[in-house]
Design a protein around this ligand. Sequence first.
Ligand code: SF4
Length: 67
Amino acid sequence: MACPWHKFCPLRKFEEEGKISSQWRKEYCDTRDNWKNCKRYQMEENGEPHSVYMLPDGTLQKKINKK
Ligand code: SF4
């Protein structure tokens, strides 16, 4: 089962726009259960605010420019 946030996660759009690698999706979002280790997922589940630019490992993607 993929991550429950898969369709709604802002990282989908960044990937479509070529701003982040598809590797993040393959290593986390699409996996059977590695999505549980995603920082975004964990913070979302705990209701903790987090940056839209945060990657699954908790680092911030600095190359994504705000529009
Ligand atoms: S980045 Fe994290 S929260 Fe977003 S879809 Fe992937 S695993 Fe889920």
